[in-house]
Design a protein around this ligand. Structure first.
Ligand code: DGL
Length: 281
C-alpha cells in the first residue's frame, strides 16, 4: 500500500514520569510539525523496582489508551524499563508502529566509543531484564560492556532534585563499576538520566562521552516517516509541511499541577498545561 502523503494523527509517547520528556524534547526539535501526546505515569512511578510483568501491564494499558483514545499513528515507548518489559508484545498487539529507546541507544553508544569499553546504566528492572546485554550482542559491535543499575536516580529526578549533594554521593557509589571498567562512552539507559548529566559527568569525568537515546530515537522516527511504509501496522507519514507547528498534549496519572510545573522546568515552554489520565488519582 502506498503511504498517505499527509497523516495528521499525533505521535503517542509514554514514560513512568518525567524521564520521557528527554525523548519528547528531541521529537519536538526534530519533528516540529508533528502533534504529540505524552503520558507520564507519575501516579505509578517508579517502574524500575517493579516486576517486568507489572510494568508490561501498565505499558499495555497506556498503549491502548493512546491508540484507542488519541488515535496515535506511532507509539514511542520512551522508557527503557517499559521497553524491556513489553516492546515486542506491544508490536505484536498494536496496529501502529511501535518504537523503543534501547536499540537506538545502542546504535549511538557503539558509534561513540574509541576504546571499545562501553557502559550502560539503567534501572534495576532494565538491567535485570538483560535487554541491553542482548541488544549490544545483536549489534555485532566488538565492545566490552559493563552494565550498572542506578536505583534511586529516578526518584531524585522526579523530585526535581538533579544537582544536590545527595545525588552526587549516590552517583559516586553507583557509577564505581563503570569507572573501574574505564569506559569511554556511557549510555544513559534510562530516559530520566539525561537530567542528571551534570552530576554523572562530575563523577565519571569529562573524558567519558555520555550517550542518550533521545536524538537517535527521533532520527529513527524521521527516517521511518520519510522512508515509505512503516515496519508494521498502518503506513505512517509526516503531518504536513515543515512550517506547520505541532500541538503538544501532556497527560499525567499523578498530581497534574506538579507535572505541569516541574515538567515545564525540565522540558521547556511547550509543556503549557497537563491533563489528568483517566486511571490517575
Ligand atoms: N524513564 C524510565 C526508564 O527509562 C524510568 C523508569 C522508572 O520509573 O524507574 O527506564
Amino acid at each position: 500500500m502506498t503511504p498517505p502523503a499527509v497523516d495528521d494523527r499525533p505521535i503517542g509517547m509514554f514514560d513512568s514520569g518525567f524521564g520521557g520528556l528527554t525523548v519528547a524534547r528531541a521529537f519536538i526539535d526534530l519533528l516540529p510539525a508533528e502533534d504529540l501526546v505524552y503520558v507520564g505515569d507519575t501516579g505509578r512511578y517508579p517502574y524500575g523496582p517493579r516486576s517486568l510483568g507489572e510494568v508490561a501491564g501498565f505499558a499495555h494499558e497506556i498503549a491502548r489508551f493512546l491508540v484507542d483514545e488519541h488515535d496515535v499513528k506511532l507509539l514511542v515507548v520512551a522508557c527503557n524499563t517499559a521497553a524491556a518489559a513489553a516492546l515486542e508484545a506491544l508490536r505484536d498487539e498494536l496496529d501502529v508502529p511501535v518504537m523503543g529507546v534501547i536499540d537506538p541507544g545502542v546504535r549511538s553508544l557503539v558509534r561513540a566509543t574509541d576504546s571499545g569499553h562501553v557502559g550502560v546504566i539503567g534501572t534495576v528492572g532494565t538491567v535485570r531484564s538483560g535487554a541491553y546485554q542482548r541488544a549490544v550482542a545483536a549489534s555485532g559491535a566488538a565492545v566490552d560492556l559493563t552494565v550498572a543499575a542506578c536505583p534511586g536516580f529516578v526518584e531524585f529526578v522526579e523530585r526535581g532534585e538533579t544537582g544536590s549533594d545527595q545525588v552526587h554521593v549516590l552517583a559516586e557509589r553507583l557509577l564505581a563499576p563503570v569507572i573501574e571498567a574505564k569506559v569511554d562512552a556511557l549510555l544513559l539507559g534510562c530516559t530520566h538520566y539525561p537530567f542528571l548529566a551534570r552530576t554523572i559527568t562530575d563523577v565519571v569525568g569529562r573524558d567519558v562521552v555520555l550517550v542518550s537515546s533521545a536524538e537517535e530515537t527521533a532520527f529513527e522516527a524521521l527516517a521511518m516517516f520519510g522512508g515509505g511504509p512503516a515496519a508494521q501496522g498502518e503506513p505512517a507519514a509526516l503531518a504536513a509541511s515543515p512550517d506547520r507547528v505541532g500541538t503538544h498534549r501532556f497527560i499525567s496519572s499523578g498530581d497534574v499541577d506538579r507535572f505541569q510545573e516541574l515538567g515545564a522546568r525540565l522540558l521547556g515552554p511547550e509543556l503549557g498545561s497537563a491533563e489528568r489520565a483517566p486511571w490517575g488519582g
